[in-house]
Write a protein that binds this ligand. Structure first.
Ligand code: FAD
Length: 409
């Protein structure tokens, strides 16, 4: 195979959720050659979702975050290299170069480089006390800062911002959320869900400011003292957490000439423009229909990771299932399945007042997504309905007496 040395194995760049999955799936599929999993962070692969949930609330310790420790990986014959950054990929020589000077030959290569928090593009973003949340180290910093903070301003009313807000309220801090759009979760949820989440946070004492354009972070003596918005107001803060989205880590892939477009471009089988190179997780943009689909979720990392391992072994395992996601805020579990963008009709099943309901989204009469609040069975059923493209009418969806489960039997 190509220019690789005979003993060259599979190399995975990025030891997060997707990278781990690629490495483990290679073994599960019977690959017996060397597998090296290289990660820049100093930790073995760990779960990111609890960083903004149980961990920030003080309800989970760091020992509960590890997905697979070094010994378990060693038992599977996976060589984990932590604290190591891949700096260059030579696709002709089939070699990767690490920042510490090491060079590894590969016969198959996986990019699982993930993403990073989008930096706050305003003056004062560098002040002490202005933080973002992506890594375990970020979470430690925020948890420590929450100890001493009185007033927390969260910039961004997306999932991470809202989970941080909920955790800060649970810990008794005064919290303001500044959101640039005219509703929360505007990119991912329909107005009824946005309104429910806004009410939930208001009930828990969060000061919510919509259409709030942040113009600067202000401080004194190098430390943050508040956030200025375009209407001239200063929102006092001794801790600011920015949750304004992510940027996929594509620089390395771009530098070695792989096709990238807001993500490393892959097909449904996680294949890139180079037959020896696959990519999985947050760093990818998957071709879907005429466009590109960017997903930032555990499910995507895991499923694309499986596809990527298969592709490295010359097999096709397309990932086309409906995307799903979850978020925990206070006592509410929000679960989403499908893609609601472009919907033209919504119906509600259950009771918003009782905080147990699902919003069903339709486009041209077809079900395209379901958001469930404290209704896990609807979510699980929704995955089946969407994966099998089962015909559901808005009337059936809205009628609690109608057993949707009968449609998937
Ligand atoms: P990552 O987990 O980011 O891993 C990529 C790894 O690659 C990183 O460790 C990085 O340091 C490393 N790396 C990058 N470049 C290099 C290089 N050149 N050399 C070596 N290593 C490199 N998803 C859900 O589905 N539900 C949730 O509730 C949820 N909550 C979340 C809460 C938080 C706070 C965060 C940050 C994310 C959350 N997500 C959630 C998203 C989910 O965690 C990600 O989609 C998932 O972790 C993506 O996995 P990944 O392997 O693609 O990327």
């Amino acid at each position: 195979m190509g220019a690789a040395a005979d003993d060259a194995g599979m190399v995975v760049i990025g030891a997060g959720q997707a990278g781990l999955q690629v490495a483990e799936s290679l073994r599960a599929e019977g690959y017996v050659g060397p597998v090296t999993l290289i990660g820049e962070e100093p930790h073995a692969p760990y779960h990111r979702p609890p960083l903004s949930k149980a961990m920030l609330c003080g309800e989970a310790g760091e020992d509960q975050l590890t997905i697979r420790g070094p010994e378990a990986l060693e038992r599977k014959g996976i060589a984990l290299v932590t604290g190591a950054r891949v700096e260059a990929v030579d696709r002709v020589a089939q070699r990767v170069s690490l920042a510490d000077g090491r060079v590894l030959a590969y016969r198959g290569l996986a990019f699982a480089t993930g993403s990073r928090a989008r930096p706050l593009p305003v003056p004062g973003a560098e002040l002490e006390g202005v933080l973002a949340l992506r890594t375990l180290i970020d979470a430690r910093r925020i948890a420590a800062a929450l100890e001493g903070a009185e007033r927390v301003v969260v910039i961004g009313g997306g999932f991470i911002g809202l989970e941080v807000a909920a955790a800060a309220r649970k810990r008794g801090r005064a919290v303001t959320v500044l959101e640039a759009a005219d509703r929360l979760l505007a990119r991912v949820a329909a107005p009824p869900v946005s309104a429910f989440v806004a009410d939930l946070h208001a009930e828990h004492g969060v000061a919510l400011e919509l259409e709030a354009a942040v113009t600067a972070v202000e401080g004194a003596g190098g430390r943050v003292s508040g956030v200025r918005t375009a209407d001239g107001r200063l929102h006092p803060a001794d801790l600011v957490v920015a949750g304004i989205g992510i940027l996929p880590n594509t620089e390395l892939a771009e530098a070695c000439g792989l096709a990238c477009d807001r993500g490393i471009v892959v097909d449904a089988c996680a294949r890139t423009s180079d037959p020896l190179v696959v990519a999985a997780g947050d760093c990818t943009a998957r071709r879907a229909g005429d466009g590109l689909l960017r997903l930032e979720s555990v499910q995507n990392a895991v499923e694309q990771g499986k596809s990527a391992a298969s592709a490295l072994l010359g097999k096709e395992r397309p990932f086309t299932a409906a995307p799903w996601f979850w978020s925990d805020q206070y006592d509410v579990k929000l679960q989403m399945v499908g893609l609601s963008a472009g919907h033209d009709h919504v119906v509600v099943r259950g009771s918003v007042a009782e905080r147990r309901f699902s919003v069903f989204y339709f486009r041209d009469g077809a079900l395209v997504a379901i958001d469930s609040v404290n209704r896990a069975p609807d979510h699980m059923l929704g995955r089946k309905l969407l994966d099998k493209a089962v015909a559901v009418t808005p009337e059936q969806a809205a009628d609690e007496e109608f057993a949707l489960a009968t449609l998937v039997r």
